[in-house]
Design a protein around this ligand. Structure first.
Ligand code: GA4
Length: 329
């Protein structure tokens, strides 16, 4: 059992530190799949190690990211946000949300990455090959995790979830978030910091199926547990942090919950995270495997397509909950 150990409490916000489950993917398959299901049941968030994504692929991607964010603002703006893809600074989505973050949002389609690279890098071929290699490796990891999930849930159609991601029309995206250092505004008398870390990316859940996140060694990610406590996630560049998205909540008939999370800036150091959001093709119908519906667990959500869900997500604010719109009456 994972035990929550209170470390510090800052002002009125309850802040606990727990270690999320770290799952070793090199373990025995059926044990690994049970651990993943358990982590999704208990937290909706977990870390994976021995994940099979080669270190040099991650390192190249990270280097390209840092090189890009180190450029002067005017240069970065050349990769202008052709909504929704490209470079964005502080503005999130279309409904007025903001945060202390700059980012690059890219479609995972190889041709589109190659085209976009021309405005992002002075060496577009290099940028595009780093991004494509990263996308391919992380997609493989996402599919493997989804297959393990199906196995752990005893769904006979083992590729029921991963098939959506492998589809050539999959709408998966990749996002590099850079949180520049933001000095804290105050320090209380016993010199423990006041809760002045700025919000880099506000509280939200991810709309897609699964998110695979990797960050440098600077913390900032916090997840919300169901009792309302915010839990900082210890950064670990050697692992990927995985979380359930809204669609996986719908596809498991509400068994797994897409957990709300946020990212705060650090006072002294830059945080950079790279998130792969695994999504189905726009016209894919989001349904629940029949084994997950029973007279005692009737269908919670109406069937809908990813395009319909995405439209609803973009019409709402970042922190709004969207699945409620698709609940059965
Ligand atoms: C959250 C997850 C991904 O970063 C993202 C975000 C998207 C955006 O930044 O454009 C959204 C946000 C995210 C959820 C609700 C909508 C859409 C901003 C926003 C207000 C790229 C995504 O797919 O959904």
């Amino acid at each position: 059992m994972v035990v929550a150990s209170p470390t510090h409490q800052i002002h009125s916000e309850k802040l606990l530190a727990i270690e999320l489950p770290t799952i070793d993917l090199s373990g025995e398959r059926s044990a690994v799949s049970s651990l993943i299901v358990k982590a999704c049941d208990e937290y909706g968030f977990f870390k994976v190690k021995n994940h099979g994504v080669p270190h040099d692929i991650i390192a190249k991607m990270e280097k390209e990211g840092f090189n890009f964010f180190a450029k002067p603002f005017e240069e970065k703006q050349k990769a202008e946000l052709a909504k929704p893809f490209g470079y964005g600074c502080k503005n999130i989505g279309f409904k007025g949300d903001t945060g202390e973050v700059e980012y690059l949002l890219l479609n995972t389609n190889t041709l589109s990455v190659a085209e976009r690279s021309k405005t992002i890098s002075t060496d577009p071929a290099n940028f595009s090959s780093a991004v494509s290699a990263y996308i391919e490796a992380v997609r493989e990891l996402a599919c493997e995790l989804l297959d393990l999930l199906a196995e752990g849930l005893w769904v006979p159609d083992r590729s029921v979830f991963s098939r959506l991601i492998r589809d050539v029309d999959s709408d998966s995206i990749i996002r590099l978030n850079h949180y520049p250092p933001m000095p804290m505004l105050c320090q209380d008398k016993d010199s423990s910091p006041c809760n002045q870390n700025k919000v880099g990316f506000g509280e939200h859940s991810d709309p897609q199926i699964l998110t695979i996140l990797r960050s440098n060694d600077v913390g900032g990610l916090q997840i919300s547990l169901n009792d309302g406590a915010w839990v900082p996630v210890t950064p670990d560049p050697a692992t990927f942090c995985v979380n359930v998205g809204d669609l996986l909540q719908a596809m498991t008939n509400g068994r797994f919950v897409s957990v709300r999370h946020k990212a705060l800036t650090n006072s002294y150091r830059s945080r950079m995270s790279m998130a792969y959001f695994a999504a189905p093709p726009p016209d894919a119908r989001i349904t629940v495997p029949p084994e997950m519906i029973s007279p005692t667990k009737p269908a919670l959500y109406k069937p809908f397509t990813w395009a319909e869900f995405k439209k609803a997500a973009f019409a709402l604010r970042l922190g709004d909950s969207r699945l409620g719109l698709f609940r059965m009456e």
